[in-house]
Design a protein around this ligand. Structure first.
Ligand code: ASP
Ligand code: MG
Length: 437
């Protein structure tokens, strides 16, 4: 069971999480994010420190400490436990204060970022102690690890975690940190922003869990972006492939990398709502459950490149040369469409845009369009489902579509549109594909 930052961000919410994990007697591993806002605060502390502004860092550390002091006072009531909590906060904030005095480094940055999950899990453990729920806190830094490519080592995690669990066979509830891990050098590191979902999925895969439950504050994945359209509805069931496409192409509820461990080890994932625990949520398994369009999602900050060359006509090997340029600059391509004399691709990182464009110019003229959005229509066997294309194109007839990707898989159709048409596109698709406003 993984709980996100908002699910533990207020003392009252943390108490509700304790009720949820205590609701049945099944053995479980509970993975927690940092309290909402904490990782952002730690990132800021790190940033000002990196710029040498110790005064600003000190102020931010003090503000964060004050926040935790009042959090603890509301969370706990027994004197003995409150004392432990106070000591715990002193230790962690003393650590941050010491960091102020030493010279900043990347390893130190990772240590700073780890404080959020260390604090949330330790405080939660103290609350469980107070309400006398038997449990054990197991440090993620004892079993989570990355290889030298910064990829999680599932095999090693499996071995280490099962050794730890073996030692405490009678314990019904284990608590651990999301997000943090050790890297190949043995240092404290993390799984990137939003990485607690990834931790949960890796842990569920490593212990071959019955389910991996991701608890947030919305009742599952929705068919469209609730910030843009008026009416959305939760999706009951998704296949791993569909969920991966949605997570990658913009559904914010799940970290995109968190699908593969669950899929590879075939652990069903449930997306559940702490605010409404009895809501169905979304079940993600190897089966799609139904056919047809299930959701649309949008991903911003996309750059499109068109490489046009008469030399492409009847030539082979042209695409390889083009792709090699992207490979050289470790930039992945999301969409691709071709005509006989041109190829268009999209990328979501323009760190090396200048270099890439310069090298591509050796093969033809290059046009660059920035500030584009990919809108993905995701579902099961959508290419075989009657009328999808008809409804899709009828809905978007006012939208200047730059690229269409169809047939790459049976569960995705992607459109590339200028960013300023995103809202309109999601709205017309909500009506045209789902008959919702
Ligand atoms: N606390 C981390 C973050 O805010 C990890 C997570 O919450 O998933 O990115
Ligand atoms: Mg998250």
């Amino acid at each position: 069971m993984k709980f996100g930052g908002t699910s533990v961000g207020k003392p009252q919410r943390m108490k509700e999480v304790a009720q949820l994990i205590n609701a049945d007697k099944e053995t479980k591993i509970v993975v927690l994010s940092a309290l909402s806002g904490t990782t952002n605060a730690l990132v800021e502390i790190s940033n000002v420190l990196a710029n040498g502004d110790r005064y600003a860092a000190q102020e931010k550390i003090n503000a964060l400490e004050a926040h935790y002091r009042s959090f603890v006072n509301e969370l706990l009531s027994k004197d003995a436990v409150l004392q432990k909590a106070s000591k715990l906060l002193s230790e962690h904030f003393e650590f941050l204060n010491i960091i102020l005095k030493i010279s900043f480094s990347e390893a130190l940055n990772k240590d700073i970022l780890a404080q959020g999950e260390l604090l949330s899990t330790k405080l939660f453990s103290l609350y469980l102690e107070e309400i006398e729920v038997e449990h054990r806190l197991i440090p993620a830094l004892d079993f989570m690890s990355l290889d030298n490519q910064d990829e999680p080592q599932v095999g090693t995690i499996k071995v280490k975690l099962s050794q730890i669990l073996q030692k405490h066979k009678e314990v019904p509830v284990f608590i651990t940190q999301g997000y943090i891990t050790r890297n190949a050098k043995g240092e404290v590191d993390n799984l990137k922003r939003g990485g607690s979902d990834y931790s949960a999925s890796l842990i569920a895969a490593a212990v071959n869990a019955n389910y991996c439950e991701i608890w947030t504050d919305i009742d599952g994945m929705h068919n469209n972006d609730p910030r843009v359209v008026k009416t959305t509805r939760p999706i009951e069931q998704l296949s791993f492939e569909e969920a991966a496409e949605l997570a990658y192409f913009g559904a914010k509820i799940l970290h995109p990398a968190s699908i593969w461990p669950a899929q590879f080890y075939n652990v069903p994932v449930k997306l559940l709502n702490t605010m409404d625990p009895s809501a169905k949520g979304t079940l993600i398994t190897e089966h799609a459950g139904s056919t047809g369009v299930k959701a649309v999602a949008a991903k911003d900050n996309i750059t499109a490149l068109k490489i046009k060359s008469s030399r492409m006509l009847l030539a082979y090997g042209f695409l390889r040369k083009v792709f090699e340029v992207f490979e050289k600059y470790r930039t992945s391509i999301d969409m691709i469409t071709t005509s006989e004399v041109a190829v268009s691709v999209t990328i979501d990182s323009d760190i090396y845009l200048k270099e890439i464009t310069r090298e591509l110019e050796a093969y033809g003229t290059v046009e660059v369009d920035t500030n584009q959005t990919i809108v993905s229509i995701v579902g099961n066997e959508i290419t075989e489902t009657k009328d999808v294309m008809l409804k899709l194109f009828a809905s978007i007839n006012q939208i200047p579509v730059r690229m269409v990707s169809y047939g790459g898989s049976r569960h995705n159709i992607s459109l590339l549109i200028p960013r300023n048409y995103k809202e309109q596109t999601l709205q017309v698709l909500n009506k045209g594909l789902f008959d919702l406003e």
